[in-house]
Design a binder for this molecule. Structure first.
Ligand code: NDP
Length: 326
């Protein structure tokens, strides 16, 4: 059952830009980091097509390619990148305990959490069915919009993400129908105005999804209802996009770390420190505002530096590698 307990100086959970950047810095600082990739190696960016706003790539780069490069860079400095899913933690004592796939136990001096956030879905059976089939349900217009060129699509949501994605889709698709469950947007005024002023976007307020319709393989339409009048109708569509926010992947930490009301880890402002000594956070797990690859990478760097300084303060035999600050 239980294997021998492994001891590590720095354990990094998650393999998006935050985790890999933390691994690069921690490895170069002699912390021998071990990084567990989680269920989606490479994180959210692996579901993204072209990344055009990460500095240093003048021609852009695909999300998966960027993640491969980040992994290679971390491994070049001997970061130990492993497959595996952290299923449980215990941050109640001086030694931070972490379990991999419910079996392997690791004791860590420092932990860097980079578990990111996942897109939310409505949870309808029909939505999940076509999502699993890869038949027309998506939570990422930028990744999948291309497949719906000159077609009609539906998007759910009323926040900045939904507006941004609806606008993106409007440039590719013949028509975009936007379902807003209240009588107003949550999005900033400028984003909402942009959507309202786009001729091929139709906005249906007070409208919710009853069922995603399909032929058993692919989406063919969406059955909606007006939540004020209960009137129902069907909208023909080949794509059903969901843009109703993200959920931070922080459930396993909730008994130990301070989380905000939506589950984002609360860090000490201006640092990557959490309320538990020796446990640090980076990337989207603590960021509901910026949620960018570059900000995740930046906070990954902060977490490694904070962890290194923390270790140096605790362990006089551990020397801070001052060269990384140059
Ligand atoms: P938000 O939480 O801001 O918005 C989620 C939207 O989804 C809300 O309009 C909500 O409706 C709707 N929604 C939630 N659940 C359902 C449901 N079951 N059925 C129908 N609709 C539902 O998430 P975002 O991802 O849009 O934004 C997150 C953060 O990121 C925000 O701070 C945002 O400003 C920021 N952001 C900024 C961007 C930019 O400035 N370029 C781009 C993208 C995001 P309701 O309003 O009724 O609650």
């Amino acid at each position: 059952m239980s294997e021998t307990i492994e001891k590590v100086k720095c354990l990094i959970i998650g393999s998006g830009p935050a985790g890999y950047t933390a691994a690069i810095y921690a490895a170069r600082a002699n912390m021998s980091p071990v990084l567990y990739q989680g269920a989606q190696p490479g994180g959210q960016l692996t579901t993204t097509n072209e990344v055009e706003n990460f500095p240093g790539y003048p021609e852009g780069i695909t999300g998966p390619e960027m993640m491969i490069q980040l992994q290679k860079q971390a491994e070049r400095f001997e970061a130990d990148v492993r497959d595996g899913w952290i299923t449980k933690v215990d941050f109640s004592g001086d030694v931070h305990k972490v379990w991999v796939n419910d079996t392997k136990e690791i004791h860590c001096d420092t932990v860097i959490i980079s578990t990111g956030a996942s897109a939310k879905y409505l949870g309808l059976e029909s939505e999940q069915k076509y999502l699993k089939l890869g038949g027309g349900v998506s939570a990422c217009a930028v990744c999948d919009g291309f497949f719906y060129r000159n077609q009609e699509v539906v998007i759910v949501g009323a926040g900045d993400s939904a507006c941004e994605e609806a606008h993106y889709l409007s440039k590719l698709c013949k028509k975009v129908t936007m379902l807003v469950r209240r009588d107003e947007f949550r999005a900033s005024k400028i984003m909402a105005e942009r959507v309202k002023n786009t001729p091929n976007i139709e906005i249906l307020f007070n409208t919710e999804t009853e069922e995603v319709l399909g032929d058993g393989q692919v989406v063919t339409g969406v059955k909606v209802f007006n939540n004020q009048t209960d009137e129902k109708h069907e909208i023909p569509a080949t794509g059903f996009f969901v843009a109703i926010g993200h959920k931070p992947n922080t459930d396993i930490f909730k008994d130990y770390l301070d989380l905000d009301e939506t589950g984002y880890i609360i860090n000490v402002p201006g640092t990557s420190k959490t309320n538990v000594e020796g446990v640090f956070v980076s990337g989207d797990a603590a960021d509901h505002v910026y949620r960018q690859a570059i900000t995740a990478a930046g906070t990954g760097c902060m977490a490694a530096l904070d962890a290194e300084r923390w270790l140096a303060a605790k362990d006089t035999t551990f020397e801070v590698n001052t060269s990384i600050y140059n």
